[in-house]
Design a protein around this ligand. Structure first.
Ligand code: NCD
Length: 337
């Protein structure tokens, strides 16, 4: 795809070569994200960071990524404080906000909302999650992490076995990630969820059409066997009519040290988009795995900054200029990872 000026709304926009390009640029962002060097390549640029749904990581890491490239961030976070509650259309909001920003990142509870907004926008719009539909930047950072984790085991993405676990019906991260992974060859997907929360049929069909093996099961113990990656998700309680309905499924599938040791292949990479629901009744990913070397959840969050910097640099077409304004930072930067 041609990145400069493009909206990033769905992983269906990408071919494998686009993913490679994003990952190459992300690799080059490492010294800046690790605060060894700084760049002012986006000096004067404004990011409109518009979050109409709760977010910690995605909002802060997009903002931080923009700051690291030298740009400024303006945030709109509360839907109740915006004119959308006065009946303003997404189209009007998009038209207006794009006059105040050079690029917009948006999260909104409705599927398709970010695309609708982007049609009115005069600047690139990046989808940071549109309801249960998609979360393309998360899928990219997840796949980037998968690539790095497998590389350290002398493995590639082609032919990998991945299990996705939890609320696969409402989880936009797994919708985007499975479709992005399907660009690679001969993947085995094991989809572990309660029947009522299974992966949307059209996605499963698409994965099969592309020649991948898809196993759908409610049997977590068997499903965990023989994977390179296990990707856990939270029950998306905000997508249910009532909390009580979500309670039915909470805690149904959990991973902890004992289950991992018993059923997973040694070195299976453990991933989760976070936040993990650590309440006792849920606890889908137990703290007793926190020190496990294969737990990649905090490498995922760190990688999010690199990948989001890459998306800004590509869509604003400054990749080749990053170095020109770069210099070493003045302060003490040694970090403990
Ligand atoms: C996810 C999301 O918002 O879809 N969080 C994130 O962006 N890392 C997953 C979730 O909320 O469960």
């Amino acid at each position: 795809m041609h990145f400069p000026g493009s909206h990033i709304l769905s992983v269906s926009q990408f071919e494998r070569s686009d993913v490679d390009r994003i990952f190459d640029v992300a690799d080059g962002m490492r010294p800046y994200a690790h605060r060894e060097r700084m760049t002012k390549v986006l000096d004067g640029a404004i990011l409109g960071n518009m979050f109409f749904e709760p977010s910690t990581r995605t909002r802060v890491s997009f903002g931080c990524a923009f700051n690291l490239l030298g740009g400024e961030v303006r945030e709109t976070t509360d839907i109740k404080a915006s004119s959308l509650t006065k009946g303003e259309s997404l189209y009007d909001t998009g038209r207006v906000m794009s006059g105040y920003s050079d690029i917009i990142v948006m999260r909104h509870p409705q599927a398709g909302s970010v695309a609708e907004f982007s049609r009115a926008s005069r600047v690139p719009v990046l989808n940071a999650g549109d309801g249960p539909n998609e979360h393309p930047s998360q899928a990219l950072l997840d796949l980037y992490t998968i690539k790095k984790e497998l590389m350290s085991r002398d493995q590639g993405i082609d032919g990998m076995h991945i299990a996705m676990i939890g609320d696969l019906k409402h989880g936009r991260t797994v919708h985007s990630l499975s479709q992005l992974v399907s660009l690679y060859n001969k993947i085995r997907f094991t989809l572990i969820s309660p029947k009522e929360l299974s992966m949307p049929e059209e996605i499963v069909e698409e994965l099969r059409k592309r020649g991948h093996q898809v196993i759908e099961t409610e049997d977590m113990e068997h499903g965990l066997e023989g994977n390179d990656i296990v990707y856990l998700t939270r029950i998306q309680e905000e997508r249910f009519a009532t909390k009580m309905e979500a309670d039915i499924y909470r805690g149904r599938f959990r991973l902890n040290q004992a289950i991992y040791t018993r059923y997973c292949r040694p070195n299976t990479v453990i991933m989760h988009p976070l936040p993990r629901d650590s309440r006792e009744e849920a606890n889908e990913l137990d703290n007793d795995l926190n020190q496990h070397p294969s737990l990649a959840i905090f490498r995922q969050t760190d990688n999010g900054v690199l990948v989001r910097m890459a998306l800004f640099a590509l869509t604003l077409d400054v990749v080749n200029q990053v170095e020109k304004t770069a210099r070493e930072v003045n302060w003490y930067t040694e970090r403990r990872f």
